[in-house]
Design a protein. Structure first.
Length: 578
RNA sequence: GCUCUCGUAGCUCAAUGGAUAGAGCUCACCGCUUCUAUCGGUAAGGUUGGGGGUUCGAGUCCCUCCGAGAGCACCA
């Protein structure tokens, strides 16, 4: 529709012999100003040195000469806006279109034929799945789905640190505390490893002798010379990775085959690239090489290319590759393996500056990657009540936060009469939704304040609220199965605000991709749900004297479909009941 | 010190350079023999951190100051 209006305006400008400039078409805040609005007259008035209102009037007259059936009227208003009002026919057709397209409703083709890779979550084996991983996952999964909805081939990647000091600390802890019981659940074993890691880590910081022991273990993890350590390593890696998979399943993420990348594999690849691109000693960097030696280490002087960048170490003075080098190995591997048109990496904001330097270094080696890499960062999660512990009193992890959320939903539903199994199932879906929505409702960039109570509240501005609204809609549809609408097929003349939002899903998805911000979808759905609730409150649908019942039911179906597709974009499912 | 991100109602957040800056929570009031009232409506709440500038038009762009968070060489 937007494109159609754009063409219409283009045509009008042509007949008026006005040079086309960069005008915009948008939805006015207030529907009394139409469904679409353009600033074309104000933009063009300047160069023509005319009054924008007069120009708007002229363009309007021109536009009215060939209005399509979807537009009922055009008006000029305010400082020179031209407002378009969509017709009853447009909205009625739109409802039919939604019912027809079903799960494809809201998709666009802006990325057709493109391949987009999204890397997110990135937890480390031997360490707990943190709140940060939960955030990155929610954001990355949603972005992946937005990309998928824009018709791109979507590849989901995960990058995990399976070597390094944290592994040695955990192994030391396991050796000290002993192996857990065989019959423990995977998640419990993973939790046990997390405890061992914490203990090892504390001892590393406080005891010099233990620190040395852990460093020895670290070397042995690399060179694989110690049978006992190898055994613990293989076991621990497998257990934690398996536990992560359980969490992904709960969260609704499925990473692409062959797209689990590990630091252990990326290190040698990166190291080779770095060494090949390293010049001689400091002061002799005329060879055009990217890296150079400095104090025994191999570094990249970012500030030589851009004063906003800084120097970073890629291979330390002991000859070991740092995280930077592994990142190079990862990036090159991704491009060589999948050759994406765009490679998006989602991490916390603390990696922003570091990533700029690494990206610059990669761009110097592979100039064709430069415009195809994008780093998205998000803030930290803070707690409204300031508490950093879970309900059970432990240090809070991503998993415990998720469990807390589910437990709270279960508590809220204790009055509902359902079979036991069903309640648990619903509380999972709703608990995930509570967390995801809290993360995805605000723009990326600054920290989010997580309010446990509000997030699981079924009232306004929450995931459960959106689910509840959809469930109510579904409930009408179920009841309507034995409701005869044969003599209730009239179409109302009046256009509800619900209909005025319903058709916008596709535009919201496009906008969300252009900005790479999932919260636009969340904001839209909340507005849409609130319009539905207003409609629901004002209209009794399953009533014998409702001559619009057929259309109303179609409208509700269309609403439900839009919610389903929109919530899918956020990674949220709708339960049958709640 | 330098770089990045951010600063909007009491709180948590929206607002592709557009019209009277919007929601939710909280507080007060109103509406269920009804398709799930865990809903809807009304009211209240603002010098968009301060000051300049660009623009027909600035919460949004530029400069400057203040404040918060993150980062700045051998950790990831």
């Amino acid at each position: 529709m937007k494109d159609q209006i754009e063409k219409l305006i283009g045509g009008a400008l042509k007949t008026l012999d006005i040079e086309e400039s960069n005008f915009s078409i948008e939805h006015p805040e207030d529907f009394k100003n139409g469904d679409y609005s353009t600033n074309v007259a104000m933009v063009c008035a300047k160069s023509l040195k005319t009054n924008p209102r007069e120009l708007a009037e002229k363009i309007k007259v021109e536009l009215e000469k060939n209005l399509p059936k979807e537009i009922s009227k055009v008006e000029t208003a305010g400082p020179g806006f031209i407002n378009f009002y969509l017709s009853r026919e447009f909205f009625t057709d739109n409802v039919a279109e939604i019912l027809n397209k079903k799960s494809d409703w809201g998709k666009n083709e802006i990325l057709k034929g493109k391949k987009i890779m999204v890397e997110y979550t990135d937890p480390n084996p031997f360490k707990p799945f943190h709140i940060g991983h939960l955030m990155t996952n929610a954001i990355g999964e949603s972005l992946s789905r937005v990309v998928e909805f824009s018709n791109a081939e979507t590849v989901r990647a995960n990058y995990q640190g399976d070597v390094g000091p944290h592994v040695a600390k955990a192994i030391y802890g396991i050796m000290k505390k002993g192996m857990p019981e065989e019959n423990m659940k995977v998640s419990e074993k993973a939790h046990y490893i997390g405890v061992c890691y914490t203990e090892g880590s504390n001892l590393y910081d406080t005891d010099e002798n233990i620190k040395k022991e852990i460093e020895v273990i670290n070397k042995k993890v690399y060179d694989k010379t110690d049978e006992e350590i190898n055994k613990i390593y293989d076991w621990g890696r497998e257990v934690t990775l398996e536990a992560f998979e359980e969490i992904y399943k709960l969260l609704g993420t499925k990473f692409s085959d062959g797209c689990y990348f590990f630091e252990s594999a990326m290190a040698p690849i990166g190291e080779k690239i770095v060494r090949e691109n390293t010049a001689g000693a400091e002061g002799n960097r005329s060879t055009g090489k990217v890296f150079s030696e400095s104090d025994g280490a191999i570094v990249f002087h970012g500030e030589e290319y851009d004063k906003k960048l800084h120097t970073r170490v890629f291979i330390n003075s002991q000859g070991l590759p740092t995280y930077e080098t592994k990142e190079i190995g990862l990036t090159v591997t991704k491009f060589e393996k999948e050759n994406p048109d765009l490679s998006i990496v989602v991490t916390a904001t603390e990696q922003a500056e570091y990533m700029k330097v690494v990206s610059k270094a990669i761009s110097l080696i592979h100039p064709d990657y430069e415009s195809r890499m994008k780093h998205i960062t998000h803030g930290m999660m803070r707690f409204a009540d300031g508490k950093m512990s879970s309900r059970k009193g432990n240090v809070i992890t991503g998993e415990s936060l998720l469990r807390d959320s589910m437990d709270m939903v279960l508590e809220k539903m204790k009055e509902r009469e359902m079979e036991d199994g069903e309640k648990e199932k619903i509380s999972e879906v709703v608990g995930v939704s509570a967390l995801k929505y809290s993360i995805l409702k605000s723009s990326l960039g600054s920290d989010i304040i997580y309010d446990r109570e509000k997030s699981v509240s079924f009232e306004g501005d929450s995931g459960p609220y959106l689910q509840y609204t959809a469930v109510r809609a579904n409930s009408i549809l179920n009841k309507a199965k034995d409701f005869n609408t044969d003599d209730k097929k009239e179409i109302p003349g009046e256009i509800t605000d619900l209909e005025k939002y319903l058709y916008q899903l596709g535009e919201v998805v496009e906008h969300s991709y252009e900005k790479l911000e999932p919260h636009h979808v969340a904001t839209y759905l909340t507005k849409l749900a609130s319009e539905f609730n207003a409609f629901y409150g004002n209209t009794q649908i399953l009533k014998d004297d409702n001559k619009f019942a057929k259309y109303h039911l179609d409208l509700i179906k269309a609403f439900y479909q839009t919610m389903q597709n929109g919530l899918w974009l956020l990674g949220i499912e709708i339960p049958e009941r709640m």
